[in-house]
Write a protein that binds this ligand. Structure first.
Ligand SMILES: Cc1cc2nc3c(=O)[nH]c(=O)nc-3n(C[C@H](O)[C@H](O)[C@H](O)COP(=O)(O)O)c2cc1C
Length: 310
């Protein structure tokens, strides 16, 4: 190797049966349908992106205000707003450049609706895999999230697994007592991987108006403040299962992502950071590669689980 020549690092990543060019994806709901970010970055600089969660029919979501800024993060109560699975396939996917793996996220208020969305996405070109968003309230159970009840979660994963052979990630809610139990349920029902965490249930109050900041009162808290919570949950999930784990929560810079890999995640997703810097995910991907090079790792995949507990 000549003077000044950087040693090449292999960034190829295996996640839930998908082969990605690097371990960084963008998190659902924070990167639109990918098309919105084409002007800012080459989408081929990241491993792939997770599109906004899709329902069977188009939805408007909650009334505003549905975003709030808080110290070290943000609150959102966007809820189910999306174009619907058919419009996603017909209008959004063709706009995505070839060679950019798309993970389609699915949502539903009942299990049959999730399964129908998964069926419609079956065999669609550019869709590399599916991510079941288990943070949706189940209407028949009075609004408890699928991901908060192990029996509901098991039925959901089993039903979706039965209708698709696509790589299947299940995105877990952090609003649970035992994340290890939920991770085991997903593994037991045939998921290829789990993604965690979704936003942490939270609220804020405007003392000038004495109103809740969000019209919906409750929302999801995301951004840098949740990183240590997410890291703890990813660590616990990695101890509990053998399927791949994708770490999400508060990643703002490459070192944050490296922490998730060291704790056992095979890949990560960048969320709120996209609002601060639309190139954040590409910068995180480049930074992980640099970290591997600087620390003598020939492959970024070797960072997975390399936490030194001595
Ligand atoms: C505005 C907004 C919308 C979101 N919409 C979705 C969604 O549709 N589906 C989903 O699974 N997660 C959604 N999330 C959660 C993120 O994908 C991610 O799990 C969470 O924000 C934590 O990561 P972060 O701290 O990097 O943002 C959304 C988050 C935000 C901030």
């Amino acid at each position: 190797m000549g003077v000044g020549e950087a040693k090449l690092v292999d960034t190829t990543t295996e996640l839930a049966g998908m082969t990605l060019r690097n371990p960084v994806l963008t998190a659902s709901g924070t990167f639109g349908y990918g098309t919105e970010f084409k002007a800012f970055m080459d989408l081929r600089k990241i491993g792939g992106f997770v599109a906004k969660s899709l329902t069977l029919e188009p939805r408007f979501g909650n009334p505003p205000p549905r975003i709030g800024e808080v110290r070290a993060g943000m609150l959102n109560a966007i809820s189910l707003e999306n174009v619907g699975v058919d419009a996603f396939i017909a209008d959004k996917l063709p706009e995505i450049p070839e060679g950019v793996p798309v993970v389609a996220s699915l949502f539903g208020t009942e299990i049959a609706a999730y399964a129908e969305v998964a069926k419609r996405l079956g065999g669609v070109p550019k869709v590399a895999g599916l991510e079941v968003n288990a943070s949706c309230p189940h209407v028949k159970s009075g609004g408890i999230e699928f991901g908060q009840d192990p029996r509901l979660l098991a039925e959901l994963v089993r039903t979706v697994r039965a209708v698709t052979d696509a790589p299947l990630l299940v995105k877990l809610s952090p609003n649970v007592t035992s994340i290890a139990e939920m991770a085991r349920v997903c593994e037991g029902e045939g998921a290829d991987g789990i993604s965690l965490i979704n936003a942490v249930q939270a609220m804020d109050v405007d003392v000038k108006t004495r109103r809740p900041v969000l019209k919906n009162v409750l929302g999801g808290f995301s951004g840098p403040a949740i990183l240590p919570i997410a890291l703890r949950m990813v660590w616990q999930a990695c101890q509990a299962v053998k399927i791949s784990v994708c770490g999400i929560g508060g990643i703002m810079e490459p070192a944050d992502a490296v922490k998730f890999l060291l704790c056992g995640a095979s890949a990560v997703q960048v969320g709120t950071a996209n609002y601060v810097n639309p190139m954040a995910s590409a910068e995180v991907a480049a930074g992980i590669e640099q970290y591997a090079r600087d620390h003598g790792f020939a492959r970024t995949a070797d960072l997975t689980g390399a936490l030194d507990l001595s």
